[in-house]
Design a protein around this ligand. Structure first.
Ligand SMILES: Cc1cc2nc3c(=O)[nH]c(=O)nc-3n(C[C@H](O)[C@H](O)[C@H](O)COP(=O)(O)O)c2cc1C
Length: 417
């Protein structure tokens, strides 16, 4: 029996992070103050965070800050913990699910690559077999030095995930690409790291998200109220479950989950061709995108102008291709989302049948579109429908991903067609 995705009853709203034990190492780096923000975000996601401050980082942050955030002792010198009756790295390392070093200084990077054990962080890194995530904040000229790059490659070759440093102004106001990655991106990277070993490992899933935009002229389009939040949340949950996710997304300022391969599209015909490409070799297709059924017959090459006497504008529309119906590959598990304003379950069941779906999530369009929350019914052939009322989209994404795990792992013959 395969393990299912993390369930929403785990503490926190980040699913895979809830209840996990992390070591957060903080190096003596100008960006060390941002470690407090990261620590807070992890704690709020339900992670048990053990903070190790390098001796040099104590010049930048006070242990009390991290102690207040984690409600746990903060670890500094290996020797202190031995003398307190606890055996330093020996008591810290069991059950650790990730070792996150943020910020990573050039010095700590070198020590980790060389396996030096002259402080507690170095000892823990050697004693633990947990995945390692490094978030360097190292200014341009230093980061690109061959000595630093050799250490980065060494750590990567051992499986470490390196996020950043980012371009743009670092905390010290110097130019270059030395900035610590934003903390939400670091959290996204940890989720990718943890997901690598989870229940959907080695599967490929295509996810569509966001509304399509059908151009009227160079400045106007026909769209809809979908926010795309659901698709991005599903993509994140599937990454948490270890799947390689190809996200086909309408244009949005929303940041895609770390680790997703992303294809940006605008009109439905672009979504159709991008989705056909994304399902090549995929195990499942999850379509959350709100695709326009019709598009303007032709888009004007120039901005449409109103004449002084004009009261009406005729806008002939033509049918868009039905993406779901056009994709029918044996073995591909198709999961759909339907937003309806009336006859919710009946209309969704009809869509499920006519498009050969393994599952459909029927959303109440009025309460769901553009909202943070959703009221929905999960429908799978041969199973009782599952109703959820006024849940967050993250919770609904968790429930849906759980079903995807089950469907993808079912033997082919047992899959509904
Ligand atoms: C004000 C100040 C800012 C620093 N900022 C950085 C930095 O952004 N990145 C870096 O790699 N080192 C930085 N350093 C140098 C590190 O503090 C130094 O290499 C130290 O030995 C790091 O020790 P640790 O990696 O054990 O914490 C800075 C030092 C000072 C005094």
């Amino acid at each position: 029996m395969f393990e299912s995705c993390p369930s929403p009853d785990k503490p926190g709203s980040f699913g895979v992070l809830g209840g996990a034990k992390f070591v957060l190492g903080v190096a003596g780096d100008i960006a060390a103050y941002k470690a407090a923000d990261l620590c807070s975000m992890l704690v709020q996601a339900g992670v048990n965070v053990e903070v190790i401050l390098t001796p040099r980082s104590l010049q930048f942050v006070q242990p009390l800050l991290c102690r207040g955030l984690t409600q746990r002792p903060v670890h500094t010198l290996a020797s202190e913990h031995w003398s307190e009756g606890s055996a330093g790295h020996v008591t810290l390392t069991p059950d650790v699910e990730a070792l996150v070093v943020a910020p990573t200084s050039a010095n700590t990077l070198a020590r980790l690559a060389l396996g030096q054990a002259d402080d507690l962080l170095g000892m823990v890194a050697l004693a633990s077999h947990a995945p390692l995530l490094l978030a360097p904040a190292i200014k341009h000229s230093i980061w690109h030095h061959p000595a630093v790059q050799v250490h980065v490659e060494t750590l990567r070759s051992r499986g470490a995930l390196v996020v950043g440093p980012n371009s743009s102004r670092p905390a010290s106001r110097m130019n270059g690409d030395g900035r610590l990655a934003p903390v939400d991106r670091i959290v996204g990277a940890v989720r990718l790291l943890l997901g690598r070993s989870d229940s959907l490992g080695w599967t490929r899933i295509a996810v569509t998200a966001e509304p399509t935009h059908e151009p009227l002229d160079p400045v106007r389009f026909l769209g809809n109220r979908s926010s795309g939040q659901m698709g991005f949340a599903i993509a994140q949950q599937l990454i948490d479950c270890g799947s390689a996710v190809h996200l086909v997304s309408g244009s949005t300022a929303r940041q895609p989950p770390i680790g997703a391969e992303v294809t940006r599209i605008e009109p439905a015909h672009e979504m159709a061709s991008a989705t056909h490409a994304a399902v090549e070799g995929a195990n499942a297709l999850v379509m959350t995108a709100a695709v326009a059924d019709f598009r303007p017959e032709s888009a004007s090459a120039h901005k449409i102008k109103k004449r002084p006497d004009q009261q009406e504008l005729e806008l002939p529309l033509v049918r868009n291709p039905d993406i779901f119906a056009s994709i029918d590959r044996p073995g591909l598990v198709k999961i759909g989302f339907a937003a309806e304003t009336e006859n919710l379950v009946g209309a969704a069941e009809e869509k499920l049948r006519s498009k050969g779906l393994a599952m459909i999530v029927a959303n109440d369009a009025v309460s769901t579109m553009g909202s943070e929350r959703s009221t929905a019914t999960l429908i799978r052939p041969g199973r009782p429908a599952r109703n959820v009322s006024n849940v967050s989209k993250v919770e609904l994404a968790l429930l849906s991903a759980d079903e995807v795990v089950d469907l993808v792992h079912r033997p082919m013959g047992e899959r509904p067609r």
